[in-house]
Ligand binder design. Structure first.
Ligand code: SF4
Length: 317
């Protein structure tokens, strides 16, 4: 369950999505590849406060990744507001799929993730990376924000529900076991009951492993702050609860679908209770298991033996 009080910018969810990077700094790290955003989603303040997109030179990124690998880091998450537009302003830089291939070629880096992807800019070339690069983990965060075309247009997202679903289908064709997470805004100005029903239907079509959701509130200075608010607080709350109930059910089903499977984990540390180890699957699910603390920092394969709402239990093979 992921109700969060931060803004709506997609990068806000990155640190919630990948808490292992904070928990296990010796094993998994963020590497910033670009900053800023040129998109101007109507509800978002990021382009005003963080400025235009700027990409770091690929040479500097690769040097940082190599030095992390030399210090024992096994997993890197390439980070940016909209990683798909990496390198767009500089002809001398690779595009994002090319950068991903270069990072994947760094020795001793075993796993690669990235966030966040704007659905409009998710290219066939990037989708192909999921079929091509074994180090690229089987998870993508692809925030839809709404399920109805009318709302998506008012949000200035630049894609339709149909285009979004076509990209999900292409991703799943490239990597059949891919787990998908997203962000959704509830009660955007003018969201009708029919629009909201489309949001729930989109969730059922995609079957998100996890969803971060935000009850809309206006951010001063954004275009959407000028849109008339139609929903009262009670109706927003009722929609929130409907969305929450559906997502909790789908998250549990996603975890239950992993029962009996073998999963490779990057072991990040001791579980909160302190009596077990925990690690993450390629699909970014937490698995607790009993094992030797010497396993921390390495990869281990487990069988999933129990599935809960927020975690899995495993046994070392
Ligand atoms: Fe904000 Fe939209 Fe840019 Fe994400 S893509 S940072 S929501 S303007």
């Amino acid at each position: 369950e992921r109700r969060v009080e931060v803004g709506f910018a997609e990068d806000d969810t990155s640190r919630l999505l990948f808490p292992q990077v904070a928990d296990a700094p010796g094993v998994a790290r963020f590497v910033t590849v670009m900053q800023g955003c040129d998109n101007y989603c109507s509800y978002c303040i990021v382009p005003y406060v963080r400025g235009r997109e700027i990409s770091r030179p690929a040479a500097a990124i690769l040097e940082e990744v190599r030095s992390l690998a030399a210090r024992g880091v096994k997993e890197v998450t390439l980070l940016g507001q909209n990683v798909n537009s990496y390198g767009r302003q500089a002809e001398t830089e690779p595009d994002f799929p090319a950068l991903l291939r270069q990072v994947a070629a760094v020795d001793r880096i075993e796993r690669l993730r990235f966030t966040t992807s704007h659905p409009r800019d998710l290219s066939p070339n990037l989708i192909a990376c999921f079929a091509e690069l074994p180090k690229l983990c089987g998870h993508i965060h692809l925030p839809p924000q709404a399920g109805s075309n009318a709302v998506l247009a008012r949000m200035n997202r630049g894609y339709s529900r149909e285009e979004y679903l076509a990209k999900i289908a292409a991703l799943r064709a490239a990597r059949p076991d891919l787990l998908i997470t997203g962000d959704m805004i509830i009660g955007f100005p003018g969201e009708t009951e029919a629009d909201f029903a489309q949001t729930l239907a989109l969730m059922e079509a995609v079957r998100y492993a996890d969803l971060f959701y935000f009850v809309y509130s206006a951010r001063p200075g954004t275009k959407a702050a000028e849109f008339p608010e139609l929903l009262d607080a009670g109706e927003k709350q009722a929609r929130l609860e409907r969305l929450q109930t559906l997502q909790r059910q789908m998250t549990l089903e996603c975890n239950q679908a992993l029962l009996g499977t073998h999963q490779e984990l990057l072991v990040e540390g001791m579980s909160r209770r302190g009596d077990q180890l925990y690690g993450r699957t390629s699909g970014n699910r937490v698995v607790n298991f009993t094992g030797d603390p010497a396993l921390i920092g390495g990869l281990v394969t487990v069988t999933v033996t129990e599935a809960f709402q927020n975690s899995l239990q495993g046994a070392v093979l």
